[in-house]
Write a protein that binds this ligand. Structure first.
Ligand SMILES: C[S@@+](CC[C@H](N)C(=O)[O-])C[C@H]1O[C@@H](n2cnc3c(N)ncnc32)[C@H](O)[C@@H]1O
Length: 211
């Protein structure tokens, strides 16, 4: 028996790279709301939650924009990060999903939670409108949380997005499944989290040969 116990829903999960219904978790196709503990550990690993001194200085929180590539985990992250700072400035967020219903619910939940987040309906598998440019130039995103299956992480479009973000200095934090093309900068093995930054991209050094 495989790791998913032969659950027939697994086929739905990989049909057209979609996800299985909310509440199910497996090693090949997750769709479960990420736990508060994971969110706290992700914030710490991204140096957003564990360093109260940096946050109380105000500067860091004011310039922090956290994005969730796949909807609403940004709410938990922002609640946690902003709960740590004693300054009046707060971190902001951007949540992205191609599922309009999820985006709508996340918008309602973010208002209820009192966090400042923008919500984009966008398909990053196709990336028809240069997501990296939108995130960096328009939204000034500094940190991105990612919980996507390996098949999706391996897509050329997703690979380009993650690589360009890391190369631009955006800190990425992947949960459970990890892009093989980026070199981990830091890990939390217990919580299944890996952080990537600008040191994660392979630099090809070309040496000019003298004749
Ligand atoms: C494993 S869930 C992540 C859980 C999520 N971070 C949360 O808030 O609970 C993956 C999410 O990515 C979204 N997603 C999957 N493929 C996508 C795509 N190509 N473009 C945009 N969103 C996508 C799904 O709709 C789903 O909400």
């Amino acid at each position: 028996m495989d790791d998913d116990g032969g659950n027939p829903m697994i086929e739905f999960a990989f049909h057209d790279l979609d996800y299985i219904p909310f509440g199910y978790g497996g090693t090949t196709a997750p769709y479960i709301e990420t736990s508060g503990g994971t969110m706290r550990a992700a914030a710490t690993l991204m140096c957003l939650g564990g360093d109260k001194v940096a946050l109380t200085a105000g500067q860091e929180a004011a310039t922090t924009v956290v994005c969730d590539l796949g909807c609403g985990d940004v709410i938990g992250l922002l609640s946690h990060i902003n709960g740590l700072t004693k300054s009046i400035s707060t971190a902001n967020g951007v949540g992205i999903d191609y599922n309009a219903e999820l985006i709508n619910t996340a918008g309602i939940n973010s208002k209820a939670a009192g966090v400042n987040a923008e919500w984009l309906i966008y398909d990053f598998n196709n990336d028809l409108d240069d997501l990296v440019d939108q995130l960096i130039t328009t939204h000034q995103v500094t940190h991105v949380f990612i919980y996507l299956v390996p098949k999706q992480l391996a897509l050329e479009t997703v690979r380009n997005i993650l690589t360009k973000l890391a190369r631009s200095g955006v800190v990425l934090c992947c949960h459970k499944f990890f892009p093989l093309y980026l070199k981990p900068a830091r890990r939390d093995v217990l919580m299944d989290l890996v952080v990537y930054d600008e040191t994660s991209c392979e630099v090809v050094v070309s040496v000019a040969l003298e004749t």
